[in-house]
Design a binder for this molecule. Sequence first.
Ligand code: 5CA
Length: 445
Amino acid sequence: MRLSRYFLPVLKENPADAQIVSHRYMLRAGMIRQQAAGIYSWLPLGFRVLKRIEQIVHEEQVRAGHIPMLMPTLQPADLWRESGRYDDYGQEMLRIKDRHDRDMLYGPTNEEMITDIFRTHVNSYKDLPLTLYHIQWKFRDEMRPRFGVMRGREFLMKDGYNFDVDKDAALHAYNRHMVSYLRTYERMGLTAIPMRAASGPIGGDNTHEFLVLAATGESEVFYDSAVTDLKLGDRAVDFDNRAEVAGVCKEFTTLYARTDETHDESLFNQIPEARRKVGRGIEVGQIFYFGTKYSEAMGATVVTADGSRVPVEMGSHGIGVSRLLGAIIEASHDDKGIIWPEGVTPFPVGIVNLKQGDAGTDAACEGLYKALEARGLEALYDDRDERAGAKFATMDLIGLPWRITVGPRGLANGKVELTSRRTGVSEEMSAEDAVERIAQIYAGR
Ligand code: 5CA
């Protein structure tokens, strides 16, 4: 993408109404525009990151054996009357009437609708296990929408629903989600800690929230500092192997890590004092096992191997896709701007032309741009007629992990400069070597 032809409405001033750094940088980098309290347009740069995050979520869900689909944003109220949640959900639910005076709502979550789909089409244990998920916009009329996309009213969520014949199988689905989430967050450059939590309006008594530690987080958390060292890494996990998946979950949940809702002071005090931490976290996901809460209320049953009919065992599992942008920026930035982890960056690399209009420099930049493209890497090429300082400031603000700087002085020696946004370290090398290095960094991503 050539910056001169792109739409990147960068703001020079700090927006007065943004209280936390991620909100400030998302506005300043021209990623989002607020249209009403807690409702945002996703401008091209923000949209690219959102799509990257969605893509990672999809890949990891499919890897775990879960099946993508899409349900609508608007739902009939009658489904929610069946589960009893139409009245329970209260003012967070946006209620709408259509032209026939039928009660509708903008879905805050999809347990009822997916249970309806299940009961219509599935009848036998032979069709289980089954986990369906979608990535769709949700609406919750939050009392205090704030911090930009972090607590929106309209927000993008991945929500998945497992259907199993018995509790053991459903707990395996729960564990599968836990492991797939760990890898999902790691690919985004995040350390998200599974913490024992409370279930709220979703229900059930077995639930974990995934929290990214950040001073600006809305949740108070209590944990053993050793949990922050746990990493899944590239470890291959056989998602069909119950014992193996359960074993991985155990590694990640044995150490103390709880939100304030489930915190237990006496257990906490058994951790060696130096490792006992109280902090704040951003909730980027939550998994629930709630058994037959919805299937009983809505008559979703299956015939078992011995011919009896039982309500299907369920759980639901959510990832805050749009919130993740805020969480990643809270975890990865400096005073100049965002520092995108390679996994989610809107562009893998930026090219800065130090002397736009100089034939040799322009040609070198074009050559680099095309060579990167030939390797499947779309650079953001700053080809504007701007001062070098302004170009660097824009690149630093929007946070591409790598920058290639091209100027007549370097070119005279056959060199360009490759700079890491994270470390600020620059290296001179030939354009070919720079392309090779970038290609290696992104290989397999
Ligand atoms: N049905 C279940 C799981 S599918 C559910 O709705 N879970 S949830 O309420 O925990 O939401 C899942 C994730 O969505 C949360 O962990 C959080 O990351 C994100 N989320 C929830 N509310 C908001 C909001 N107002 N703005 C942005 N993200 C949100």
